[in-house]
Write a protein that binds this ligand. Structure first.
Ligand SMILES: [Zn+2]
Length: 420
């Protein structure tokens, strides 16, 4: 990547009505009657969204390719070739998600590349936009499937091992969507120079600072723990309160203590107990087994390790005090990922060209960019989420911020792909 330190003078114009209309059109694909959207990997709603994206690219005269795991690429050849400049995000959503998570980066990426192509013609560098097939982990017990495939980080046997709630394997779902699972490894790209992702913030930081754009310096590392608490089943009427080994009471004390730990460590530490299962789950039996999940994050590797270790210790201490046996298992452990400083600088200058000083932010949420950082010089641009809300039907960003973010993205892409 080459980038000068001079200010970017010219802001790239985009078609804002087309951008907003397309975001709206995409939000109809997978719309749920109860509100929100669900576009799960390899489902008919997902295929229909991918078809729509492909149609937009074809309309602009951009070469469309869809292969391997189903990531959809729009490509403009550069006059000088070399490694590609790429922008994009994921097309899938959580169940009942909003219209912008992932979709913004897909639609804005197409808009930016289309506008550049129509205004400035052929770039010197290869310029591509991508709709990444899956990021959320909302259907299969895996996530970042699309970005890991690009970064050549799929796990051996993953297509046959990962299953959805109905027991359908990734491989079977791929076949049903017309893709060959044996081909998944061919999704890897070793020729990407820069990857830019525009995304909604999904938290309240930009809004709290009155900032309209944010440049991400680091994506928080995530640990997923599974805590199992063993107590003793007893009669809910006959067993005295003082003699019980109630696993649910223990798990409840642990849940409160975990939140308190993250709170005392301070921002950006976060810890969440998101699922809990109780056995035997009968109204008149003292619970003897509880299993719950913990999601713990921090942008600093050292602090994150400290948070995870302390959570495990606190659970064990509470267990001992209450006569409960506690097991803590690490299911996933992803370190924080620092994004590329030079790409961040290009993004900051593009924001300045748009008349806005970007705020340096850390991302608490996980993103495709953190996986692609292993394969390319990677940068992320955030626009504010109203009320910090996301992963819900209320997820929204002011239209003028959506437009501003897309302009800044297009301006950064021009700087990178139209080098003299
Ligand atoms: Zn997302």
């Amino acid at each position: 990547m080459r980038a000068g330190a001079t200010p970017i003078r010219e802001l790239v114009e985009i078609d804002e009505r087309r951008l907003l209309r397309r975001l709206d059109d995409l939000s109809q694909r997978g719309a749920l009657e109860a509100g929100g959207i669900y576009r799960a990997l390899y489902t008919p709603a997902w295929s229909s969204a991918m078809d729509l994206v492909a149609a937009w690219l074809k309309e602009a005269g951009i070469l469309v390719r869809r292969y391997a795991v189903g990531n959809l690429w729009g490509r403009i050849e550069g006059s000088r070739g070399g490694r590609a400049i790429v922008t994009g995000s994921h097309i899938d959503t959580v169940r009942g998600g909003g219209a912008l998570d992932g979709a913004l980066g897909v639609v804005a990426g197409i808009e930016a590349v289309t506008s550049l192509w129509q205004t400035f013609g052929r770039p010197t560098r290869i310029l591509e936009c991508v709709a990444i097939c899956e990021e959320e982990g909302s259907r299969f017990d895996t996530n970042f499937w699309g970005a890991r495939a690009i970064a050549d980080r799929l796990e051996p046997g993953e297509v046959d091992r990962a299953r959805d709630a109905e027991g359908v394997t990734l491989a079977a779902a791929m076949r049903a969507a017309g893709l060959d699972p044996a081909n998944a490894v061919n999704a890897a790209r070793r020729d990407v120079d820069v990857f830019l992702e525009l995304h909604i913030e999904q938290g309240p930081v930009l809004e709290e600072h009155g900032a309209r754009l944010g440049v991400v310096s680091v994506v928080a590392g995530t640990a997923h723990l599974e805590v199992t608490v063993h107590g003793q089943p007893d009669h809910a009427g006959a067993m005295a309160m003082t003699r019980r080994r109630d696993a649910l009471l223990g798990a409840s004390a642990m849940t409160l203590a975990i939140a308190d730990l993250a709170l005392r460590m301070g921002q950006p530490a976060v810890a969440t107990v998101g699922t809990i299962a109780v056995e035997p789950a009968q109204v008149n039996v003292v619970p003897d087994l509880v299993r719950f999940s913990v999601d713990a994050r921090h942008t600093d590797a050292e602090r994150r390790r400290e948070l995870v270790t302390t959570i495990a210790e606190v659970c064990k201490t509470i267990g001992r005090e209450r006569g409960l046996d506690v097991e803590v298992r690490t299911l996933r452990d992803r370190p924080p990922v620092a994004l590329n400083a030079r790409v961040a600088d290009v993004l900051r200058r593009a924001c300045a060209a748009a008349g806005v000083e970007a705020l340096d932010v850390a991302s608490g949420a996980g993103h495709d960019a953190q996986m692609l950082a292993a394969a390319a010089h990677t940068g992320m641009l955030f626009v504010p989420s109203i009320g910090g809300r996301s992963h819900c039907p209320e997820e929204a960003t002011a239209a003028e911020d959506v437009v501003l973010g897309t302009r800044a993205l297009a301006t950064a892409l021009r700087e990178l792909a139209y080098t003299p």
